[in-house]
Every structure is written in C-alpha cells, then in structure tokens.
Ligand binder design. Structure first.
Ligand code: SF4
Ligand code: SF4
Length: 215
C-alpha cells in the first residue's frame, strides 16, 4: 500500500499517532491508535529484518496499483469507526471533496475510494490489512497482485504481533479484562465481525461528510 513517508530505521522511531484533544473526547480512539502502533512497530521490525539481508522495500509514496486492484480488504469494526471519524472530522479541502465524491460513486471492484492522486487519503487510519501489505525488490506492475505472482516478495507479518494489535481493539466490543479478551481471541470473535472494504455501503459516509450528522 502507498506510503507517505520514508520508514524510520529503527522500530523505536515508530511513533504512535497522536490526536490529544480527540483522544480525550473519544474513548475508542486511543484503543485504535494503540493497535496501529503495535502493528506499525511489528511491521517495521519485519521490514528491517529483510532489508538487513539486502532486500529493498519497493513500496513508496505514489506507488499505488495495489490500492486499485485489491478487492478484498478486511476492515475491523473499530477501524471502520476510525475511518468515519477521520473522513468526517479531519479531512479538509479538495481532498475531502474528492473522497466524498468517490465514496458516493463507489462500486465493488473500483479502485479504493480513499485513493487520491496515487496516495492514501486516510493514511493515518488505513486498515491493518493495508499496513501489513508490503512488497520487496520491485514495485508491482499495473494489475499485478504479487501475492500470487511472487509470494516471496510479500512481507509475512509476525502473527503474534498481528494478534496483539487485534486484541487491543477488543475492549471496544466489551471484552475488557484479559481473560475475556483471551476467550474472544481464541473463538475468532473479531474475525467474524470483519467487513470487506469493497462491500461496505460508503454512500452513508459520503452523506455524513456532507455535514448533516456526526458519529
Ligand atoms: S510496491 Fe506494490 S504493494 Fe507496494 S505500494 Fe507499490 S503497488 Fe502497493
Ligand atoms: S485504505 Fe485504500 S487507499 Fe488507503 S492504503 Fe488501503 S487500499 Fe490504499
């Protein structure tokens, strides 16, 4: 997925996203940002392991054919809340107008409605699936899904870290203590709540972005 910034060299440099005023107001937001921080650090570590062996991360800002061709992008419920919030409250100017129009017109199989000029318009809130998809050695050809054409060039994220990020979102669903979170993880509770980004009715979000209602 397209990256906005060059990656930091060490995982300790991966800063947690921070929206202090919003985090005070919205109790779900710190949870989501913590989950993304765990995932981002894990991904960075996994990337560094491969680059230290001489491989080159091909993903870069403006490289985005992945966002145009992937039609299965899992989105967890809390991630969807984050996307709504970001689009309604944070997007401004022409980028907001463009995304709202794309959301209005979106049909399954179209390029991702959040893609603007080859860059992810919701980059801080892009789902875990997008964060995890990283490709090495050469950029994807137009229309290429390297998962099928050259699986070895696709990053395999650390499952344990992926699960920790997912578990961090469980209190949003009422699983607050550790024992309950463990039961929920073992039963695959959250995986059953996942929606495909391409099958979500984005017109509802476009309407909210028109300023009629807030979440
Ligand atoms: S290299 Fe492939 S996965 Fe990476 S940003 Fe470019 S198109 Fe997306
Ligand atoms: S949300 Fe859409 S534009 Fe953003 S990284 Fe994911 S697929 Fe690409």
């Amino acid at each position: 997925m397209p990256k906005r910034k060059k990656r930091s060299r060490t995982s300790s440099n991966i800063k947690r996203l921070s929206f202090p005023a919003d985090e005070k107001r919205l109790d779900w937001l710190p949870m989501l940002l913590d989950a993304y921080h765990i995932a981002d650090k894990g991904i960075n570590t996994a990337i560094r392991k491969r680059t230290s062996r001489g491989e080159r991360l091909a993903c870069a800002k403006g490289c985005s054919s992945c966002c145009a061709i992937h039609s299965t992008i899992p989105v967890y419920p809390l991630e969807l809340v984050g996307i709504y919030w970001f689009c309604i409250e944070k997007l401004t100017g022409p980028e907001r107008d463009r995304i709202r129009e794309q959301l209005k017109r979106f049909s399954t199989g179209d390029p991702c409605p959040f893609l603007v000029n080859g860059v992810c318009g919701i980059h801080p809130m892009r789902p875990l699936a997008c964060r995890h998809f990283n490709v090495f050695n050469k950029a994807c050809e137009p229309g290429e899904d390297p998962y099928y054409t050259r699986r070895n060039d696709v990053l395999t994220p650390d499952e344990a870290i992926k699960n920790r990020a997912i578990e961090t979102m469980l209190p949003f669903h009422g699983f607050r203590d550790r024992a309950k979170r463990k039961i929920a993880m073992n039963s695959g509770y959250l995986n059953r709540q996942v929606q495909n980004l391409h099958e979500i009715d984005w017109k509802a979000l476009a309407l909210r972005m028109s300023g009629k209602r807030m979440i």
